[in-house]
Design a protein around this ligand. Structure first.
Ligand SMILES: [Zn+2]
Length: 527
């Protein structure tokens, strides 16, 4: 029998406490649909009693239809045991009309006394009355035992007494929270063992990542009785973040023989993770387990030949299970087998004995020697490859370009680029401004090309990175520029190298637009 786990997502509540994260109501609704499609059971949407934006979200989400996911509103227990029915926080929870509500209560005596100034009996009564009130109003109540593990270490009988109050009042699930995120897996196991002796209500875990153990703590909680796991997508959250569902879920399913209430679309995991990073305007973490760009990337030559024979030798799971894929990095280190493998990814079989193969390998090696690197710039690699196979020729030729900088009326430094390019024998002469020289060139090139290729209108530059390559010779140092472009659906990265940063950027910009045009041509979408 597989153990069934309920997945509770708090990306929109605890996750938005993270530094630099802010979501509009529209973003939040979109994320809800993504979580629903993925198979999440319960979505905690916010804290309606604490901020107007969350209250507004709950108003909007009432109109949305979900396949499976249930909405949950978060709040605290009432403030005074004798004024339960007029408690603003509880009333705000009811107003959301969500089927689930989660409320947190103090289970650490020290907190209860110090921050709320309550006696043991008063705190117990608050928990009991608050849960009961919400139950009586038809809600399923999830009780979050705040600071449970710290409280349990400090005074176990106090902590368990508070859980019993929530149980007696009819809580659906009792969630043990590692609010400060500093507990060790052994401590989680010990506490679960003790709680199970006293509580028969289903138990859950809510872990924070201050000791880099939130995922481990969540998994050990499941091994020791938790049937409900709370976390966020990509582990976003206050301080070091919450437990990362993107790591927890594949571990539960692929390694711990668990199922989830609703079948999780595990092969959507990578795309879910990436799209939520995008919506939060955060750079995806390339080293993220399971979903990162590097999670199944191989570089060393011998290692690569082994992976080509049998991927199990160097991969803990099949990357396709989580919607990721194997990548073989092309770099000087790795010898021919990487280039061969990379070419194969693009459908080109390289036979070492052929002239074509020798020519391509030596070309890539020469470019790498000059400082190009295709690990993160697969679009540029593909262009070289397709050029060698005569499938790609640049769509435009630069005749002349000039960039200069000036101060505008408000004394802000601006740049202007003047550009002359040729497309199919026709010359286009144009100019555009920008915040800096690269931005101006980008604007000018796009403007010049749009006349010939209106299909480029959606394509834009989304990320720009510069690296100085040869630090010893400071003045003659080469720079490598990586440019990420997007058409709203796909993103791709291109590279340029030069001693001149504008030249390096120009190469990467041209590759970026050529790549899009090549793809359009291949799909026969070019007018
Ligand atoms: Zn939390």
């Amino acid at each position: 029998m597989k153990k069934q786990i309920e997945i509770f997502d708090t990306t929109l509540r605890d996750g938005t406490q993270g530094e630099g994260i802010s979501l509009t109501v529209r973003d939040k609704i979109q994320i809800c649909h993504k979580l629903d499609d993925f198979g999440i059971d319960i979505i905690e949407g916010g804290w309606p009693g604490s901020n107007p934006r969350d209250a507004e979200f709950f108003e909007s989400v009432k109109k949305e239809k979900f396949n499976h996911a249930k909405m949950c509103a978060f709040g605290s227990t009432a403030r005074y045991p004798d004024k339960i029915e007029s408690d603003n926080n509880l009333l705000a929870l009811l107003k959301t009309e969500t089927p689930y509500v989660s409320i947190f209560g103090k289970t650490w005596k020290f907190h209860s006394e110090k921050s709320l100034g309550l006696t043991e009996d008063e705190n117990e009564k608050l928990i009991y009355q608050s849960v009961k009130f919400l139950k009586e109003n038809g809600r399923k109540v999830i009780f979050d035992a705040e600071h449970f593990f710290d409280g349990f270490k400090d005074d176990p009988s106090f902590a368990i007494k508070m859980l019993k109050a929530a149980e007696a009042a009819g809580a659906e699930t009792i969630v043990l929270c590692d609010t400060n995120g500093g507990s060790l897996p052994s401590e989680i196991k010990f506490a679960f063992d003790e709680v199970k002796k006293n509580i028969s209500t289903p138990l859950g875990i809510h872990a924070h990542n201050d000791g880099d153990l939130a995922v481990a703590n969540s998994l050990i909680a499941v091994e020791n009785g938790a049937v409900h796991v709370q976390g966020t997508i990509n582990g976003v959250g206050e301080r070091c973040g919450n437990a990362n569902l993107v790591s927890i879920i594949p571990n539960l399913i692929l390694k711990m023989n668990c199922t989830t209430k609703k079948e999780i679309q595990l092969n959507q995991l990578t795309s879910l993770s990436n799209s939520i990073f995008e919506m939060m305007n955060l750079n995806p973490n390339s080293r993220a387990p399971f979903v990162g760009k590097s999670a199944f990337a191989h570089k060393g030559g011998i290692h690569v030949s082994a992976v080509l024979k049998d991927s199990k030798m160097y991969e803990h799971i099949n990357p396709n299970f989580v919607g990721n894929f194997q990548r073989v990095l092309v770099s000087d280190l790795s010898g021919q087998s990487n280039i061969k493998y990379k070419a194969k990814e693009f459908g080109v079989e390289l036979d070492e004995s052929t002239e074509f193969s020798k020519r391509l390998v030596s070309k890539i090696k020469e470019l790498e020697f000059q400082g190009y690197q295709y690990d993160g710039a697969e679009a540029s690699f593909e262009l070289i490859l397709r050029n060698e196979t005569n499938e790609f020729q640049p769509f435009f030729r630069t005749i002349d370009s000039k960039v200069y900088t000036f101060f505008d009326d408000e004394q802000h430094k601006k740049a202007e680029a003047v550009l002359k390019i040729e497309v199919n024998g026709e010359v286009e002469h144009t100019a555009a401004e920008g915040d800096g020289p690269v931005n101006a060139l980008d604007n000018a090139l796009r403007k010049a090309l749009l006349r010939f290729f209106p299909e480029l209108s959606e394509t834009k530059l989304v990320d720009y990175k510069v690296r100085v390559l040869d630090e010893q010779e400071a003045t003659a140092a080469k720079v490598r520029v990586l440019i990420e472009s997007s058409d709203g659906e796909n993103t791709w990265t291109t590279v340029g190298v030069s001693t001149n940063i504008i030249e390096a950027s120009w190469q990467a910009l041209c590759d970026g637009l050529n790549y899009k045009l090549y793809k359009l041509q291949k799909e026969a979408k070019l007018a």
